[in-house]
Design a binder for this molecule. Sequence first.
Ligand SMILES: Nc1ncnc2c1ncn2[C@@H]1O[C@H](COP(=O)(O)OP(=O)(O)O)[C@@H](O)[C@H]1O
Ligand SMILES: [Mg+2]
Length: 354
Amino acid sequence: MASIKIQKLVKTFGTVQAVAGIDLDMPDGEFVALLGPSGCGKTTTLRMIAGLEVPDSGVISIGDQDITMSQPRDRDVAMVFQDYALYPHMTIGENIGYPLKVRGVNKAEIIRRVTDVANQLQIGHLLERRPAQLSGGQQQRTALARAVVHRARVFLFDEPLSNLDAKLRLEARAFLKYLQREVGVTGVYVTHDQSEAMALADRIVVMSAGKIMQVGTPLEIYRQPANQFVAAFIGSPPMNLLAAVSDEAARTLSIAGHTFPMRENFAQASKASVIGVRPEHLTIHTQPVENGLVGKVYVTQPLGGETLILVHVGENLISVRVFGDDPPELPEQVWLVPELSRMHYFGEDGERIS
Ligand SMILES: Nc1ncnc2c1ncn2[C@@H]1O[C@H](COP(=O)(O)OP(=O)(O)O)[C@@H](O)[C@H]1O
Ligand SMILES: [Mg+2]
């Protein structure tokens, strides 16, 4: 295992700055998710760590070794990509065992480790087959097994679960989490799926347009998003963002025509132009209440253990999450009350101001 350090990393393709100067310090054994929308530079960053792409500038170190210009094979990294490539002429067992075979591990040990990891990924019964005889999901799990069978210094994953159906994706996610806990792997995991990043990572690096927006633990990012971009990207459904007008003298904030008291001990609220509140931090009422935003119910979506309710409040469509398997009976007109201590304040530049 090893630490990873990235300094001022830049990569440009023609006129596109795919990675625009990023810094990241990962201690040994940390599992980090690079999270962001398509095209934000996640894969390019990962490929530079793997040695498949040469940076324009910047330094990448593994352990205390500068590997910026090393050959991929000299880095001792294991990778799983979205487009996995299995050897078609080998059996599944041979595919998984290949990284061990080239490292001269003895046959009995190869069989033991291949069987173990294949069973964990529920492909243990397929070891004699060839890739063409497997479903896409089974092939993807074979690629995952092949990557993790050899305990590399660093694991790199590029959306490895995105081709699996929902159920298999959750199982494979649990396996990765288990692997990370048991083996303490140092890993970089690329995904555009915020729930996957939250579930797996020790820390999440949120990226946008080649830059890092925020680095933090899943809960830090959920509780204290650094800016509107992160606020809107984390959470499903995402945080409600509403235009606000503040009155410093009166210490009030107007949102969708309703005036709220400013949060206590909060000197900066007067600069807020947008407030954020998560769907789980609003309560819904059928009668007028203090600090209630009046609105009209648009749709109600019962999801089993929770219900999502969308409400038109002025120009805004606000989502509200109600926990429990008993969806509320709602009239057309309702009042939404945000938890004042859970409101997020953003300035005109989109940055968090408290
Ligand atoms: N080989 C390449 N040639 C030209 N442009 C590229 C290449 N690879 C990536 N890009 C561009 O760089 C940007 C970042 O891409 P990528 O790292 O693949 O993003 P992500 O993995 O976050 O979706 C995108 O605008 C993409 O089109
Ligand atoms: Mg990508």
